[in-house]
Write a protein that binds this ligand. Sequence first.
Ligand SMILES: CC(C)(COP(=O)(O)OP(=O)(O)OC[C@H]1O[C@@H](n2cnc3c(N)ncnc32)[C@H](O)[C@@H]1OP(=O)(O)O)[C@@H](O)C(=O)NCCC(=O)NCCS
Length: 125
Amino acid sequence: MFRDCLSAGYELWLLEQENDLIGYGVLSAAGGESHLLNLCICATHQGQGHARRLLARLVDLARWHHAERIFLEVRPSNRRAEDLYLSFGFSEVGRRPNYYPARNGREEAVVMALQLVVSEQWPPV
Ligand SMILES: CC(C)(COP(=O)(O)OP(=O)(O)OC[C@H]1O[C@@H](n2cnc3c(N)ncnc32)[C@H](O)[C@@H]1OP(=O)(O)O)[C@@H](O)C(=O)NCCC(=O)NCCS
């Protein structure tokens, strides 16, 4: 999957501490839109602000690619990630049913977006 992301030209940023890989983020950007595909911090390094810093970097990169907004999907059961995105200014714009595999079947995804430039067509009606 990472190889595919790199060959597709996606932004794939690693967070290292003393030569250890402690997190990564993946972002695609094209056609004025950007998608945060993954953001992950090693369990033993969580709660220290690493995700917030990495997310800030990825948002900067989306701006650099002239994206007008960033989308992402998150599990509704992932309160920690959802709280991070909400506190960063993302808001819920929809739901995708049966999106993630889950222990008892499948789980829907919360679709969130962060608007980077002012637009009359945003939010969608
Ligand atoms: C979600 C995740 C990326 C957060 O990483 P992190 O480095 O621990 O996050 P940070 O320390 O930067 O904290 C940022 C915000 O996350 C939320 N958060 C972090 N730890 C939390 C906890 N224990 N409980 C609730 N919220 C928490 C808070 O909103 C926090 O903001 P604050 O620092 O102002 O309180 C990390 O838990 C993770 O990698 N989870 C597994 C992968 C995943 O679910 N990725 C998201 C996929 S959409």
